[in-house]
Design a protein around this ligand. Structure first.
Ligand SMILES: [Zn+2]
Length: 284
């Protein structure tokens, strides 16, 4: 592939023997989808997963997200031990039960969402952050239950709720149980609305399927990060179904904002001040 050769030659690698080079450099570099340059991963990590050259938004680690948004990077978590009971006894290429264990070991999370609370610009908030690494950030009974419990804590202490989504949609391995979470969380959010407590939804790359079709689009404010893929079905599926070429930028944040599906597109480093201002407005 031509781009690889070009970009690779632009990067000065340390002088090592061939075998050594492969070992030492593996996984240290990342190609940027925005500017196609090769970036040192350490530079990405130190820059909140933003490309230091073009500002492209890479996916941000859940704990980094909480640190970025909450005062002093300080927060407490809830329901960390909640895991799926595998209600269907599901099996595809491997047992769902085993898949869960593998994921839990790889991510050190019980499921695809962290529920936390902390202060945002001095104001107490409940915040849930989804992790795309955990079975595609899919929503099963644990994700639904954790958000519902966060809503209940919001109601109990009259604090706003923020949910940061990153998801491939409902978790197929839990069948109808996962689809029920859409209704359950939506009903919970209605209670928040009746109590006049703000709920802000932040959509990050990618937010699709049942998550978009429920809580990710039900915010008093629906805010996305730049360039995030947001939709229900994927662009390829739609294109094949309607047999038409989709417009440029279809299902990206900016396109959705332009067509009235979002309230704002806010760059990652501006998100906290934006949220602080919004919450102040809601409180007033
Ligand atoms: Zn870039």
């Amino acid at each position: 592939m031509s781009w690889f050769k070009r970009d690779h030659s632009a990067v000065k690698l340390p002088r090592l023997r061939d075998g050594e080079r492969r070992v030492r450099t593996e996984g240290l570099w990342q190609k940027c989808d925005g500017c196609r340059q090769i970036i040192w991963k350490k530079d990405l990590e130190n820059n909140w997963s933003l490309c230091p050259k073009c500002g492209h938004h890479f996916r941000l680690d859940v704990t980094a997200r909480l640190k970025l948004l909450l005062d002093d990077g300080d927060y407490e978590t809830f329901d960390d031990g909640l895991t799926s009971s595998d209600p269907l006894g599901f099996e595809d290429s491997k047992l769902y039960r085993d898949r869960l264990v593998t994921m839990q070991e790889a991510t050190h999370l019980s499921d695809a969402l962290i529920a936390a609370a902390g202060k945002l610009a001095g104001r107490r908030v409940q915040i849930c952050v989804m992790d795309i690494r955990f079975i595609g950030g899919s929503m099963g009974c644990v994700v639904g239950e954790k958000i519902t419990r966060a809503i209940e804590r919001s109601l109990a202490e009259s604090s706003p709720l923020i949910v940061v989504s990153a998801s491939g949609g409902a978790r197929m391995q839990e069948g109808a149980v996962s689809l029920m979470q859409m209704a359950k969380v939506s009903a919970g959010l209605m209670r928040l609305d009746e109590a006049k407590l703000p709920y802000i939804s932040i959509l990050t790359d990618p937010t699709t399927g049942g998550v978009t079709a429920s809580f990710a689009m039900l915010g008093d404010l629906n805010i996305a990060e730049p360039g995030a893929l947001i939709g229900f079905a994927g662009p390829r599926v739609i294109e094949q179904t309607i047999r038409q070429k989709l417009p440029e930028g279809f299902q990206r944040s900016e396109f959705l904002l332009k067509h009235g599906m979002l309230d704002a597109v806010v760059p990652r480093l501006e998100m906290k001040p934006y949220l602080a201002k919004a919450l102040e407005f809601f409180a007033g």
